[in-house]
Each structure stands twice: as C-alpha cells, then as structure tokens.
Write a protein that binds this ligand. Structure first.
Ligand SMILES: Nc1ncnc2c1ncn2[C@@H]1O[C@H](COP(=O)(O)OP(=O)(O)OP(=O)(O)O)[C@@H](O)[C@H]1O
Ligand SMILES: [Mg+2]
Length: 623
C-alpha cells in the first residue's frame, strides 16, 4: 500500500487520492492531483514536461501548455510562490521539480490531521457556471460532428483566461481530446500562425507524437519546417524575412485545416485561443476556414478576446467575429461582472470554504464593479495592509471594517497599477495618455494632433517608449490625405492602455475623442467617408450623436460593399440606437430615414439569398 506522504503542513494520501492541509481537505481535480502526486513521488528530480504529461495523461494527447494550468492550481492550493518556491520549482523550458522535504507517513491515516473541516476550493469558477455549461454543451455537440466556435469576450481582467483555463481542465479531465492551447502575443514579430505552430509542435512532442508527425507529413508537408522554426532554440522571438511569409501562408492555413480535420477523425479537436486580439491574420483566417468548411467534424474552437467595438480593435478580428456571429457560425459568451454571491463564493473558496464577512464581500463588489482582476487586486491590498486576515481555521477575518472612507484604499490599488505610469517623465506620460485615447494601436498623427506637438517630437517620444517596452512599432505606416506618412505604434500590454484610458476623467476622454474626430474629419474633407467607421467611433465616444449617426450610416454603406448586408445592417441598428440621444425635435425624422434604409437593406439581403459576404479563396472574408 503506498504510504501517505507528508510535506510542509500537507498530507498527500495516494490511496484515497486526497490532499489535506492545515484547514482540512483541499479539493483538487483528478489531473491536478495526479501532477502533484507525480511530483511528490519524484522529489528532488527534474521532471521534464513530456514525462509528466505521459504519466498523468496516458491516453489524452495534450500539449505541454496545459501543465502550466495545473501547476498554477497547485501553487494556489499550497500557497506557493513561483518566484520563491517552497514546493514546486519551475525550470524554464524543461519542466518542474518538487523541492520540499517529503516524508512517508504510513501511520497518519487517510483523514490527516484536520479531517472534517469544510472542503476548500470547489471546482469550477465563481459566477461562470452558465458559461462553462454552455461550453460543455457545445463540446458535447461536436460529438455529432457539429463544428463549434465560441468567442469569450470581456474587458481586461474580466476572467477570460481563467474561464479558458478552467474549461480546458474540466474538458481534458473527462474526455479523450486533442487539446491545444494558444495565446496571442502582445509583442510584434510573431510569425504567421505562431499559436497553431506551437500547438502542433506540442502535440508532436506528446505521447502521440509519432502519429501526429505522420499525419503532419501527409496533410501539412509545408508546415513541418515552420514548426521546427517555431520550436527552435531562438523560439518565437526569431524572425524570418517578411518577404517569405505571405506566399506560403495561405497554403499553410489550408494544410493546417486539413490536418486538424484529419486528426478530428480520431478524437475531437479542441483549440483554446486566448487573446485572439493579439493573433496574426493567418491564424484568424484559419479560425474562419475551420468554422465554415462544409462537412461534419468533431472540432471546437474557444477564442477569448476583448470586445472593443471601437475603431481601435484590429479590423480583421472585428470582421471575423461579426461575420461568424451574424452567420450563426459562432456564439458569443460575454463575461458579465461578478455579482455579490459570486464574490462570496470566490472568497469562500480562497479560505478553505469558510464564508467571508458580508462587509468584505460588499466592499470588494462596490470598489471593483465586479471585475475579478480588480477585486483580486483590492483583496491583496487589504491583506497586505493587514485590514483583512485569512485564518486557516476561521476563514476571513476583518481586522478593521472597510467603509466608504476606505475608497481611498481602492484608489491606492489603482495607484499601484499606476506606479509604472508615475515613473515616466511628464512628456512621455502625456504621450501615453493621448495614445490611450487614440487606441490600442495608433498613428503618431493622433498623438501630435491631441498634444499639439511637432510630428518629429511625437515620433521620438514614441520611440523612447518602445525602448522602455511600453510601446512597440507596428509595421505599416498610415498615409494621411496630404500624403505624409505617420508611423503606427501599439501598446505592448493592452491592460496598460486600459488603465491609462480609464484613469482619465470621462469628460476629458469625450473631449479628446471629439477633438480627434473633428480633426480627422477636417483632414479628410470630402473623402471623410473613407474613415467613416473610425469617425463614427470617435463621435460616439465624444457624445456628438448627430455625427455618430451620420458616420455610422456612411460606414454602413462602406460595409455593404466590403462585408455584406448583415454587417451594414448591424451598423444601421447601432445608428438607430444612438437616436435616443438626439434632441426630441430631430429625432423622429432621423429615425424614419434610418428605418427606411434598414428596410431597404433587409429586402436587398433577402433577395441576395443571405449569401452577401464575398469570400476569399480560403473561405475567409475577403479583405
Ligand atoms: N470568476 C472568477 N472568480 C474569481 N476570480 C477570478 C474569476 N475570473 C478571473 N478571476 C481572477 O481574476 C484575475 C484576472 O482574470 P483573467 O486573467 O482571466 O482576466 P482576462 O479577462 O483574461 O484579462 P486580460 O484581458 O487582461 O487577458 C485572475 O487573477 C483570475 O484568477
Ligand atoms: Mg487574459
């Protein structure tokens, strides 16, 4: 009989598959437990990714990425810190090592020292039961050959990554799947299809590697080199000459789609793509291709993205989402803010199942508006300031009752996030603030227009910020109507942009947006309709509803040519929605005109038989 293992204050019982800590039983999913058991059983020895995967997932072919999720869960359960580990040490690119002393303790018995205390973390994710259920239902539907695509959307810190991780864990624990997790990169220089190449590379190194390599050779011969490059020693940072990419890319997309479809014959394929907004166009084209190809396949894609209906979201992503959604080829799972019971459940899970004082939950809810990331940051802060204590036996205890006056504390949390901003010199900070209005990516024209700077000066400041790793230069330059070229930059971290954006007063933001809209409108003169979508966004954010409606209508006309009737209709509906902000006198007239336009387009759409979207060769929307 395998002995009970003791390490730190924990007892691992391999017979009953339980882990007990000072506060009693700690619930782990079977796979997470399996990872821990294997680590503990091989204390002191470096366990390579492949070895751990083979031990814990003998029949499921997952990629090494999935280990990260389980290690994170374990660290959370054991209160371990990745930076200064007491239990689990990460060896970059290699694997993990269990570093704590382990003693065998045959006498300790199954219950452990504190058996009987309430169960700790419940599986699942607070407040996300409905979304998880929908994802599981969609996965079940793929058994019958239904291709499924789900977009998980939500603001920064809404819990998109957490939802994907949880779903990956639950799905991987219960089913035999090809499970692949990819992440979009904030940095420039990613190869086309990088996330997919990494997933395929991971599968090649998994237990089923030989079979995958065979199928790869058969269905995606031109991708083998790419995968080797993606996994090469220089890793994802390595760049190829950009001239090489485009010709091969369309073919690579087709081949990878073929390969995934062939793999889906063996077992369902589940791709989890996090931060889709940071992925290259070829990856988006692949999603599009897989969603639209005819033929039943056991294939599911869950992609997380910030919604950003604004003009600054990458155009191809907006197009892909809108297009798949209106054609019912995808569903959207927006993540709402957490409600009071969700926060209570989360706090209980963090404290061995003990309910938290209501004051604490209410305080976190009020000051985070239900954003999980902010709620977490707030809680950390209260703990650090010793206002709140987490007692292993009694759960959360409030040393001092946070009140409305403690809103200051909330602000300090915000300030922690702002710290990096404060360290900048004022000129750079101004540039970043202006840039955050312009968008996640922006051209220097916007910045010098807002700040009234010389163009060269704005460009220099942006380059300085690139050196500080806050911005990065994006390839293409914007050509202004007068022929001058304006370089484009983007925020390396989207969250950083969001904080900068949010920390400016709403009124000030509106003024900036309106200013940018007006200057752009003047600049483009009679050709302003060319940038109608952006102008519609600027004036909407700026509260100039009359112009927001005008440019939404222009944008609808543009969309009709490029993306089809449905996209155009969506824009007109948006314009209709804006009408309620118009003064009473203008309202009915504008509404009537819009209604006519909508009716005409809808008729046109019916006549076209609903196939109004022009398609590229891969079935991707033509750009
Ligand atoms: N439902 C939830 N309950 C409790 N905590 C949560 C929940 N969802 C997310 N969190 C926590 O909130 C933090 C932010 O979540 P996450 O990283 O998933 O957000 P995100 O939407 O992916 O953000 P980003 O847009 O920056 O990628 C994480 O620490 C996560 O563990
Ligand atoms: Mg995320």
């Amino acid at each position: 009989v395998p002995a009970v293992k003791r390490f730190g204050p924990y007892l691992l019982d391999p017979v009953n598959q339980t882990l007990n800590g000072p506060a009693g039983r700690i619930e782990l999913s079977p796979k997470t437990f399996g990872v821990l058991q294997h680590l503990v059983g091989n204390r002191g020895r470096l366990l390579r990714h492949e070895e751990l995967l083979a031990a814990v997932w003998p029949n499921t072919f997952v990629q090494p990425e999935i280990l990260k999720t389980h290690i994170r869960m374990l660290r959370k359960a054991l209160g371990d810190d990745a930076g200064a580990p007491r239990f689990i040490e990460t060896r970059a690119r290699l694997g993990y090592r269990f570093i704590a002393e382990v003693t065998s303790d045959a006498e300790a018995g199954a219950g452990g020292p504190a058996a009987g205390v309430a169960a700790a973390t419940t599986p699942g994710l607070p407040g996300r039961a409905a979304q998880l259920a929908r994802l599981h239902a969609a996965l079940a539907a793929t058994d019958a050959g239904d291709r499924r695509v789900a977009f998980v959307t939500g603001e920064a810190g809404a819990g998109k990554t957490a939802l994907l991780d949880t779903f990956a864990e639950e799905a991987g624990a219960t089913r035999d799947l090809w499970l692949g997790c990819g992440r979009g990169r904030a940095r420039s220089g990613a190869e086309p299809l990088q996330p997919l190449l990494e997933i395929l590379g991971g599968w090649c190194r998994s237990g089923a590697g030989a079979a995958v390599r065979q199928m790869l050779a058969l269905h995606a011969p031109s991708c083998r080199g790419l995968i080797a490059t993606a996994l090469g020693p220089a890793g994802p940072e390595r760049r190829r000459s950009s001239a090489e990419a485009p010709a091969g890319t369309a073919r690579a997309v087709r081949e990878i789609a073929d390969l995934l479809e062939a793999m889906a014959e063996l077992r369902p394929v589940l791709l989890l793509l996090d931060d889709l907004h940071g992925m290259d166009e070829a990856t988006l084209a692949l999603v599009s291709t897989l969603a639209r190809r005819p033929g039943r396949r056991r294939l599911m894609i869950v992609a997380a993205a910030r919604p950003d209906a604004g003009a600054d979201a990458p155009q191809p992503l907006r197009r892909l989402m809108l297009d798949l959604l209106v054609h019912r080829l995808a569903e959207e799972l927006p993540l709402p803010p957490l409600a009071a019971p969700d926060i209570a459940a989360w706090l209980a899970a963090e404290a061995g199942g003990h309910a938290a004082p209501e004051d604490l939950a209410a305080f976190l809810l009020t000051h985070s508006d239900g954003n999980p990331m902010l709620a977490g940051a707030l809680l950390d802060h209260l703990v650090e300031a010793a206002m709140v204590q987490r007692d292993p036996r009694l759960g959360w205890r409030l040393a001092a009752r946070p009140t409305g006056a403690d809103a200051r504390e909330a602000r300090r949390v915000q300030q922690m996030l702002d710290l990096e901003i404060e360290e900048l010199d004022p000129a750079e900070r101004q540039v970043l603030e202006a840039a955050s209005i312009a968008g996640r990516s922006f051209c220097t024209w916007s910045v010098y227009t807002m700040l009234d700077l010389a163009p060269a000066m704005a460009e220099d400041l942006c380059r300085n910020l690139c050196r500080r790793d806050l911005l990065r230069e994006v390839g293409q330059r914007n050509i202004l109507p007068d022929g001058t070229a304006s370089p484009r930059f983007a925020f390396v971290h989207g969250l950083f942009r969001d904080i900068l954006h949010q920390r400016q007063a709403a009124a000030r933001r509106a003024v900036w947006h309106r200013c940018l809209g007006e200057r752009a409108e003047a600049n483009w003169g009679p050709r302003a309709h060319v940038i109608a979508a952006e102008l519609a966004y600027r004036f909407r954010e700026g509260g100039d509803w009359e112009r927001a409606i005008l440019y939404s209508r222009h944008a609808a006309r543009e969309a009709l040519d490029s993306s089809g009737v449905d996209a155009a209709l969506a824009l007109l509906e948006l314009a209709m929605e804006h009408c309620r902000h118009l003064p009473e006198a203008d309202r009915s007239c504008t509404e009537a005109a819009l209604r006519q336009e909508i009716a005409r387009l809808a008729r046109q759409g019916r006549e076209a038989g609903g196939r109004a979207v022009p398609r590229g060769p891969d079935g991707a929307p033509a750009h």
